[in-house]
Unconditional design. Structure first.
Length: 310
């Protein structure tokens, strides 16, 4: 079920890029464009899905770039449950690569991504261009270069995760950004708390960004849960997604110094309005009420630990 959700997200990402919501020349190398047979959810209101995804991409990207600029890229990023994400390549194009960029996901997904990278020069060439030192290490479940690593690991085991990241030159003394997009909600509250506590206790200067569901106790939220259950997908951590307060409290309770959370409707209102008008002109947003409800049921949360007063 997680794999199918990852595939749906990829199809939506590719569709939104093809329509012109934002530019991503690398997503085409990970998923083919759906032609006539689009996913049913996209057919039933592609403007709602794509506009929501646009807000997610730009909201998360805004925080990531702020962190990189604040640290002058003398930092590292750990992308948890990265799937087929293309952020490494996009940051390289913008000359915003951190000292090291890590991706972590289940071995099956990592193997597929590594296969795509090895077989497609537009993906492998930027990795080689940014690499220095000894030869690049690659096998079926991991890739390690001087600036980019992919690690196959289970996020539910913090000790296994840390061991594999350290083998790929994780530096716990560097300012570290951890990114989790629709990841923690698939873990039990105990498992996600363990991961968040590990991060808060491991890095003296760190930030975590979490994108996932919120306000899930109302009727719209219950319908979302029921729809996912019909696709055999269980949100094991959904009880922590009851409100923006519960999202903040889980971060503070896991050892982070401060935490913030905003729903995606608020994020959408923060985005540059000229660009919002541009994307709203791409497709007629004919289900505005559905769009607003959907956006009020997702959020971006971020927290930090900052012993250096960064």
């Amino acid at each position: 079920a997680l794999f199918h959700n990852c595939l749906f997200s990829l199809l939506l990402h590719r569709f939104a890029v093809s329509v012109g919501y934002w530019k991503d020349p690398y997503i085409q190398h990970f998923v083919r464009q759906a032609k006539e047979r689009k996913a049913p959810e996209i057919n039933r209101g592609n403007s709602v899905c794509a506009a929501g995804y646009y807000a997610r991409v730009h909201g998360v990207s805004y925080l990531i770039k702020a962190f990189l600029q604040k640290t002058q890229c003398n930092s590292q990023i750990v992308n948890l449950g990265a799937g087929m994400d293309t952020l490494f390549w996009r940051l390289k194009d913008e000359n915003l690569l951190p000292r090291k960029y890590f991706e972590v996901d289940f071995p099956m997904i990592v193997a597929r991504k590594i296969h795509n990278i090895k077989s497609k020069p537009p993906l492998s060439k930027p990795i080689m261009e940014s690499h220095s030192g000894d030869s690049l290490l690659i096998d079926s479940h991991s890739l390690d270069s001087s600036r980019y690593s992919i690690v196959g690991a289970d996020l539910r085991s913090s000790s296994d995760l840390e061991e594999k990241l350290r083998k790929h030159s994780l530096d716990t003394h560097l300012p570290t950004l951890l990114v989790a997009e629709c990841v923690l909600v698939y873990m039990t509250p105990q498992q996600s708390a363990s991961l968040l506590k590990w991060a808060a206790s491991t890095f003296p200067v760190a930030m975590v960004i979490n994108y996932e569901q919120v306000n899930m106790r109302d009727r719209f939220g219950q319908i979302m849960i029921e729809n996912l259950q019909r696709r055999h997908c269980t949100l094991a951590g959904v009880e922590l997604c009851s409100s923006l307060d519960s999202q903040r409290e889980r971060l503070l309770g896991s050892g982070w110094d401060n935490a913030h959370a905003v729903d995606m409707m608020k994020v959408y209102s923060f985005l540059p309005q000229a660009d919002v008008r541009r994307i709203e002109a791409l497709e007629f947003l004919d289900e505005k009420e559905l769009f607003e409800q959907l956006m009020q049921h997702y959020c971006i949360c971020w927290a930090s630990k900052d012993s250096s007063n960064l």
